[in-house]
Design a protein around this ligand. Structure first.
Ligand code: SF4
Length: 372
């Protein structure tokens, strides 16, 4: 089917798209934000650096990524270092970014790159997509930015700016529509600057054609061409599929300390926060008396039990509503699957998921008390 029919727009809107592409590139060269992974006159990122930044930027804001990126590249400067890093180091470097499978997949991909390509990412769009954790978007970003290959990198930002430019109200819940927009993006790529063009589309979507709230049309290089601006239809474009409501779960979190250490266990190898360490995490809201009984079942004795308040953590499909408690106990052998972690381990080695962080603010004073 013709692209214009899939996108539900007149065919003429798909003509002469090299003009908006030129305007966008000019705008990008004057307005792009400085980022540690972006090319400058004196710095060209390696394909590995482009890859790390693109994976970190998925579901995470640029400002939050800067520090993580710099630390990651300092400690793991190349693919060989990533391939052989201990998992605890990886998870620690990722702590707070969430979606930990991203970094686990990066390591699997790095190991394959060592085996298959001698440690250098392949300059090939399809071969990149065959690596774990690298989908069409990331492969497009690496291929175009690092290797100058003219392929698109269509993500949510790109879909938003293109549907608005073209005035397409076709549903983004339809895979055909996304594919068509990828083809539109591909047709716009200037052969001499595929990486800059793809980054420019993303940048426009991030800082001008905003995802939440009104787009900043007066600052947009497309303000005179854009159908959504002309027709004031940005509120209905893009046409996004309705999100399923998140499942709400109640949890009781208990920080149990003994002799300066905290009792932790590992989450199951599959599913939410797979394989990550966590404090005692019980389904439902528990009362103090039942928590004391639970500690006794583990082999300890809660000599004090304080409320730490409540917190909520939102994952993509689940929302955890948590009540936190802290207790100290005389030392006991940790039950199977559990282990004790001291202050230094908690600081340097163990990556506690950010969902539990609200209850960790005073963990050091709890560890101190547990010596008494
Ligand atoms: S003119 Fe406005 S709606 Fe159109 S692409 Fe630019 S910021 Fe988005």
């Amino acid at each position: 089917m013709e692209l214009s029919k899939i996108l539900n727009i007149p065919a003429r809107r798909l003509e002469n798209l090299s003009y908006p592409a030129t305007l966008l590139l000019e705008w990008y060269r004057q307005n792009q934000r400085e980022m540690p992974w972006r090319k400058t006159e004196t710095f060209t990122p390696t394909p590995y650096q482009v890859w790390v930044s693109e994976i970190m930027l998925q579901q995470t804001r640029v400002e939050a990524v800067r520090g993580y990126y710099t630390r990651f590249i300092q400690q793991l400067p190349d693919i060989a270092a990533l391939a052989s890093a201990p998992e605890d180091q990886l998870l620690k470097l990722w702590q707070g970014l969430g979606y930990y499978n991203r970094v686990r997949n990066m390591q699997k991909a790095a190991q394959q790159v060592m085996e298959l390509y001698g440690g250098a990412l392949p300059a090939d769009y399809k071969a990149l997509q065959a690596l774990p954790g690298i989908g069409a978007y990331t492969a497009g970003a690496i291929a175009s930015i690092a290797f100058g290959i003219p392929v698109p990198a269509p993500d949510g930002n790109v879909f938003r700016v293109l549907t608005r430019l073209l005035g397409s109200g076709a549903s983004l819940g339809d895979a055909k529509v996304k594919k068509a927009l990828g083809e539109v993006a591909a047709s716009m790529i200037p052969p001499q600057a595929p990486g800059d063009f793809n980054q420019a589309l993303m940048e426009l979507g991030a800082i001008v054609c905003l995802p939440n709230g009104a787009p900043l049309c007066p600052s947009c290089p497309w303000k005179d061409l854009c159908v959504a601006n002309r027709e004031n239809s940005w509120q209905t474009i893009p046409n996004l599929p309705e999100k399923k409501p998140r499942r709400v779960e109640e949890h009781t979190i208990l920080l149990l300390a003994s002799e300066g250490k905290l009792l932790l266990s590992r989450r199951p190898a599959k599913g939410l926060l797979a394989g990550l360490p966590e404090p005692i995490n019980l389904a439902g809201f528990w009362e103090k008396a039942s928590l004391s009984a639970y500690v006794e079942q583990l082999g300890g004795k809660a000599s004090r039990l304080d409320c730490l308040g409540e917190a909520t953590h939102i994952f993509s499909h689940v929302e955890w509503r948590m009540k936190g408690f802290a207790a100290v106990s005389p030392f006991f052998e940790p039950p199977p699957g559990c282990f004790w972690a001291g202050a230094v381990q908690l600081e340097d080695e163990v990556s506690i998921p950010s969902a539990f962080r609200p209850f960790f603010e005073k963990v050091n004073s709890l560890l101190q008390q547990s010596f008494a």
